[in-house]
Design a protein around this ligand. Sequence first.
Ligand SMILES: CC(=O)Nc1ccn([C@H]2C[C@H](O)[C@@H](CO)O2)c(=O)n1
Length: 104
Amino acid sequence: MSLTKITFFERFEADILSGKKTITIRDESEKDYALDSVVQVSTYETNRWFCALKIHSVISLPYSQLSEFHAQQENMTLLALKTVIQEIYPNIESLYVISYELVG
Ligand SMILES: CC(=O)Nc1ccn([C@H]2C[C@H](O)[C@@H](CO)O2)c(=O)n1
């Protein structure tokens, strides 16, 4: 069964709503989004709904292959992105880049 919801930390909400952040990087437990599906988005902290996203792609990405290109799509520096990923998914090599479009 595909996932239909996703949560983000509140600190990323503004970047998602402004279109500055167009990907998220998740682990194995959050890779099962169907392409072209629309998923409902809420904050991790309070489960407050704030938008809907259309899933464009889910692509396997080893941590070691994180690049400036991914950082640009996250609207952060590569160092900041690597730091965030290590905080959320410590020592996990197998990651997935989920690209999306804001639809509501
Ligand atoms: C809130 C939650 O359950 N999990 C996550 C995981 C990742 N993010 C953000 C952090 C970075 O911008 C990218 C990379 O993973 O996605 C998040 O907001 N919430």
